[in-house]
Design a protein around this ligand. Sequence first.
Ligand code: SF4
Length: 493
Amino acid sequence: MKLIFSKNDFKYEIEGVMKLFIPATLFDIEYADAGFSFADIQGDYAFVRRADQNDRVLVYALCRLAGKTAHKRAFLQGNTRDLENECELALCKCLYKCLSRLTGKIPEWGVITGVRPVKQVNRLLSMGMTDDGIRAYMKERYLCSDKKTDIALMTAHTQKPLLDSLDERSFGLYISVPFCPTRCSYCSFVSQSVGSVRHLIPEYVRLLCEEIETTAALCEKIGIYPDSVYFGGGTPTTLSASQLSAVMDRIARCFDLSRVREYTVEAGRPDTITEEKLLAVKSGGATRVSINPQSLSDDVLKAIGRKHTVRQFLESYDLARKVGFECINTDIIAGLPADTEHGFENTVNTLIDKKAENITVHTLSIKRAARLNREGTGSALKNPAGAMVAYATDRLLASGYRPYYLYRQKNMLENQENIGWALSGKESLYNIYIMEEVQTIIALGAGGSTKLVDKKGGRLERVFNYKYPGEYITGFEEMIRRKGRIGDFYAKK
Ligand code: SF4
């Protein structure tokens, strides 16, 4: 399908709107120049034009799909504040309305294609706007449905006391362990299957402990302290119990953990979990573990290459309870290949019955789904992800869960979202603060990305660690030098 731009280059956002209606498509981009003629165009197209006229600007969208056409236009005053952005938004809305008329689809988030819609709602609430006012604003400005605004509002209200309790000298400590027992077919993380890199793990653990020590000394000097610790990756429980203890002991020895309110270890893959590891993690200080089934159907697990069974998940979950964990997160994904609405409903209901304190409902992204499809593992693109997410939302709300963080990615099936749900008082601070970009995250280990946040000064900077364990080991000295930028950032506060 052709996508034709005239007197504008709002390519990124316009393509984003196109994909809401016509997913998994590569558009043939053209710019309408002097000799351009519609008569030369064969087949489907979308045409988006901006025309500056004296004291006003016209934006116009024209689409042809399967022989039918629709067009829409809007005017903006030439002296409109932030004219470029307003033109872009107006053009996106015109295009959305044309495509909606031609396809019959009404994407529920409207023209919002960004990652953090709750951030916007939090901003409006802080300006004193009421919930009704926000609903009206989101509909008028972004064509967002009341249903999606309500979820964003609920999330914002859950977050409020936790955002208010944030101390600007605190930070979240992230420890990356980028190893997994095998690689899942939909994975987009830097994690490496342990088979080919197992020999690197002892040296990786040694250097990670060194990085912990150096960074802790730097943080003490600056006068900042961790209020949460998060082990992610990868699957941290790919490490042995003694390696996990070594890293956690080093953290406890080097950092002041007296004000830590939450300590999470991702034990994502049930096939890595043993009682010995869970005990090591618990005695190392963890208060929350994440055990992720993704689906409670053996057929689906097989289709996505998870290499563990439903039974293994249930046994690991019960083991975590036995060891004494009072907060367990479980990640699931709507729209996985080989899954069905009934299968997904069973997954949701079983986790609710198990009283998992956190249930995080992801939606498969189309890019990943396309890769899965190419590999012949199913037809995820046709999965009713919207209906699955709607079911999960209704059931979780009715069972006492509240949404506490929400984010969107490009190319999600049926333009849905990812939502973290929690029973009251069990919300993960780390997830909220990182998603709302209100707190510094100091990340250690391969693939770690430190995000320095100065909320008052409106500054945000990143310091990257090397991505893969091999580079992390060979480039360690250079990476430690980079960490010095954390001190520079805080010196300017
Ligand atoms: S467990 Fe997670 S990080 Fe590891 S391969 Fe699977 S999706 Fe990727």
